[in-house]
Design a protein around this ligand. Sequence first.
Ligand code: F6P
Length: 545
Amino acid sequence: MLDSDLALLAGHAARLRQRHLRDLIAEPSRSVRYQHRVGPLLIDFSRQKIDDDALAALGEIVEKARWTEARDTMFRGEPINTSENRAVLHTALRASESQLPALAPRDVLAEIDAAQQRMESLVDAIHGGTDGGIGLATGITDVVNLGIGGSDLGPRLAVEALGAFALGKVRCHFLPNVDGHRTAALMRTLDPRRTLVLLVSKSFSTEETLLNGHLLREWLRDAYAGDHADADRHFVAVSANVDAARAFGVPAERVLPMWDFVGGRYSVWSAAGLVVALALGMPGFRALLRGAAAMDDHFRSAAWHANLPVLLALVGAWNRNAQGCASRAVVPYLDSLAELPAYLQQLEMESLGKSVTPDGAPVAQATVPVVWGNVGTNAQHAFFQALHQGTDVVPVEFVGVVRASHGLRENHEALLANLLAQGAALALGRTREEALAEARGGSDAERETLAAQRTFPGDRPSTTILLDELTPESLGMLLALHEHAVLVQSLLWNVNAFDQWGVELGKTLAKAIRPALTGTEANGLDAATRALVAAIRIARSRGVS
Ligand code: F6P
């Protein structure tokens, strides 16, 4: 944003400081003006500390940033990821389900279509217990998705969220981390001859995934008394690096493609979502794509003031840049959406956690807030105290579903009532007078003291997202909503949302440190790391392995 934009927003924020959210909420028709719906997804911004004038200013800023042009440039597949000279075409993965003409290049759409057909045959083969004509192991009951970051978070979220739609043909397990405890537990509990391993890695160079891949390969080979060919039939790879997957031992016919034009954190719609298709069946996976495509169509056609991703992005930028909020909490009121905060953490923080522009200049304003959260109501009994009465204001995104997929009516009503209550409590608060009126017994001074501690400042913003039901379509819409909000924020903040150079340094250092842990060589390490390595070695020499 320009300095003048920031000054404009600061002016609106200063004006709004004179008004409590309690008064804003009471304005006639506010809830109608600040509530929007696209299909099964409703979003309510009425509890944001914003008014029509401030929103209009944000609208001017985003229009000036030529967001429609940037949006179409992305959909057309121009190389907007400039630091890697790559197109950004995750939307092409769901273009087949869109109601609007596709903008992506035809050859890309044809490649995607061919990949989806291969994915479908693979799913049919595994569900049908055949080798699919590509040498797959048969009789598979369990699938291990081996991948991390985008190769794990989106697929895991979708499988867990959509458990009610699972066909029950296979059990799905996820192994993202290099922590051997989980790897060992899976090897202990699964039957290797009935397990299929999906090696999901766009680069096929991610240490965690390859390390676990080698371990599971040994485990499978042991189960076949060293017969490599039979053991290797239990592997399918999903990667943009077919050569590396082949070098690992997965033949090309069992490698499904990923592409440079789909970032890892945007890849659940690709074959990286194979585990989702195995859980739900290909029609269920296509329904997920359909939901995302419906949000794409909305993003491509609605004006900014009725455009959900744009509004979500603007409200986020308002909280970050005009209200100075350094974090935002995501609280889904549904256990099956427990992975949503982690998914959004990667989507937003890996995309927007930048402090230089694509030209290498420092950005003009703060960029991504820290994204964190947990499921409600659990979160109410953990960190909501700080949200209500702590010194920092943390905007909250509440996510709920109107109709549950179970018949336990009372539970669901309690869940929804809590969701609504928390947003109300954050916004309205409780005045000192109200707290005082409730304080009983003791002297006036004691009642004052107690009332001070039982006062809630309120005036704390939140957004409420309600899905009619949690279905593949509505989940697809929810994820695409956030993807597009990220694109819009990247324009406002002038950062490249599609690279992630910031994760590289740590990876390189880990490689340098490993030999120091196992051997005696600790040269080239900084003093702090050297001291920690020494402490680990001493602990080991005392018998801690
Ligand atoms: O470390 C960051 C990252 O590159 C993410 O962007 C990506 O989702 C993850 O690692 C996994 O990468 P890959 O799919 O190449 O194994």
